[in-house]
Design a binder for this molecule. Sequence first.
Ligand SMILES: Cc1cc2nc3c(=O)[nH]c(=O)nc-3n(C[C@H](O)[C@H](O)[C@H](O)COP(=O)(O)OP(=O)(O)OC[C@H]3O[C@@H](n4cnc5c(N)ncnc54)[C@H](O)[C@@H]3O)c2cc1C
Length: 290
Amino acid sequence: MIPAAFEYVAPRSLAEAIGLLERHGPDAKVIAGGQSLIPAMRFRLSTPGLLVDIGRIPGLDILAEEDGVLRIGALVRHADLEHSPLIRRRYPLLAGAARVVADPLVRNLGTVAGSLAHADPAGDWGAALLAARAEVVLTGPRGQRTLALDDFLVDTFTTALEPAELLTEVRVPAPGPRSGGSYQKIERKVGDFATAAVGVQVAVGEDGRCTAAGIGLCAVGPTSLRAREAEAFLVGQPLTEAVFARAGELAAAACSPVADTRGSEEFKRDMVRVLTVRALRAAAAQALAA
Ligand SMILES: Cc1cc2nc3c(=O)[nH]c(=O)nc-3n(C[C@H](O)[C@H](O)[C@H](O)COP(=O)(O)OP(=O)(O)OC[C@H]3O[C@@H](n4cnc5c(N)ncnc54)[C@H](O)[C@@H]3O)c2cc1C
């Protein structure tokens, strides 16, 4: 299908972009990689009168670790994370997610921030970044504010973004020593959205017991979810198969999948259990070997 007619503008500064969003109100939409917005426009699910392309705004492409925080700017593509030596070396959870988002064409264009702003519960970044305890930086007419990702993802396709606000940066706490992460996804075929997926980040102490755990669930609820009871259970436990199995059960109990062409509710719930165990096993092995 063909989108409805729209105007297009590519501002050269953040202030200009925010000014345009303010002036045009709900009729204007930010476009980054266009990998979710353009399909929605082609199906006329979204009919903005003005597209504000943020692709030429300098400074939004930062991907760097500074003072113990990984900064992911609004223009960082999925493929940037997939191919970054820093991400591969230090952030196995994010590297694992980057490898399985869509297909190479989408990964070359779509952005991490765009994926979060779209707030599709089947988006991989929501689950991975919840597990990583990420924050988002929002910039608008009244300046900048920082929110925990948990508070940013409000509902299906709904975020805490105010009108005229942009998601300018994602911030991820750098993993400490003796930590590990993993992203496990089941999909019908390569390039598909998840049937279910689980992201895990863990840290262990000198005694081998878990000191911190993050578990994010994808495509099994109205938003990306945190498996909070499983996270709380893990802290203080030795990282054994019996502990992984219990955490898997708690994660499965925390989700609320719906049946669709990708599988029944029972199947998806059981996949959450299985993928949680797999992700914990992989993350724990890294943490204990570090
Ligand atoms: C064939 C196909 C398969 C896919 N498979 C997967 C998959 O397996 N897993 C997965 O996670 N995703 C998948 N996607 C979605 C893909 O990851 C998109 O790239 C991502 O959802 C949106 O990023 P974008 O930069 O393209 O955003 P856009 O499409 O440009 O924008 C999406 C929405 O976010 C808003 N927005 C974008 N950037 C900002 C910003 N900085 N501040 C405020 N608002 C903003 C836009 O206004 C729009 O509402 C798939 C897409 C396609 C086309």
